[in-house]
Design a protein. Structure first.
Length: 210
């Protein structure tokens, strides 16, 4: 993120020689990153299944500002049929209970060695989970509608097809998750028969006082 000349903390603004107003935000808080890969997801995954979930500690003192999510998806065994309208993975936000099942990611990467542990991991009361061969268990969670962002997979149903999508929230100041709120990657439409696939989720965020 570019910093205006003379800016050292907080938000800054200045008028250029052309009369335009330039505004910049200087990053504050503790910054983290995670990269998680599912197992091989079995064929015919049911609609609205959750394959990745990130939840802030409901009793915590921090909120997360999600700056970037990158999804990388690969088809391993062809779907029947390979071309299906509406096939997609989407970002949802919501609140409620922690998910269960899959793999519990117990530590997040710290972008500074002085950062405390993230309030998004289970040892600190949060929840970071990625699916293994099927959906995570997500009872007690209320998702907001509609889906927040979408990765279209309509034309990627043949074995070896690869898709990548980056959702960048920096310009808006970050996608905010307060204590007890969560972000999930879900499939609003059932996946077709036969097809198997794998997903990698990269996420960057900053934790600041709630």
């Amino acid at each position: 993120m570019a910093v205006l000349q003379g800016a050292v903390s907080g938000n800054s603004a200045e008028v250029t020689a052309e009369g335009a107003l330039q505004v910049t935000q200087v990053a504050t808080g503790n910054q983290y990153a995670i990269s998680a890969t599912t197992g091989i997801i079995a064929a015919a995954l049911g609609a609205n299944s959750t394959v990745f979930l990130a939840r802030m500690d409901p009793a915590g003192t921090k909120k997360a500002l999600i700056s970037r999510i990158r999804l990388r998806w690969v088809c391993l065994v062809a779907f029947t049929p390979p071309l299906t309208a509406g096939r997609r993975l989407s970002v949802f936000v919501g609140s409620g209970a922690a998910g269960t099942g899959g793999t519990d990611i117990t530590a997040a990467g710290k972008k500074s060695t002085t950062n405390p542990d993230s309030e998004m991991v289970s040892p600190m009361g949060g929840s970071l989970r990625v699916a293994t061969t099927g959906a995570l268990t997500v009872t007690g969670i209320t998702y907001l509608a509609p889906e927040f962002d979408t990765m279209a997979l309509v034309a990627y149903g043949n074995a070896g097809n690869f898709a990548e999508c980056v959702f960048d929230y920096d310009a808006a100041g970050g996608l905010e998750l307060r204590p007890g709120e969560l972000l999930a990657i879900r499939n609003p439409q059932a996946m077709d028969a036969a097809g198997t696939w794998q997903l990698t989720v990269d996420m960057d965020w900053t934790e600041v006082d709630a």
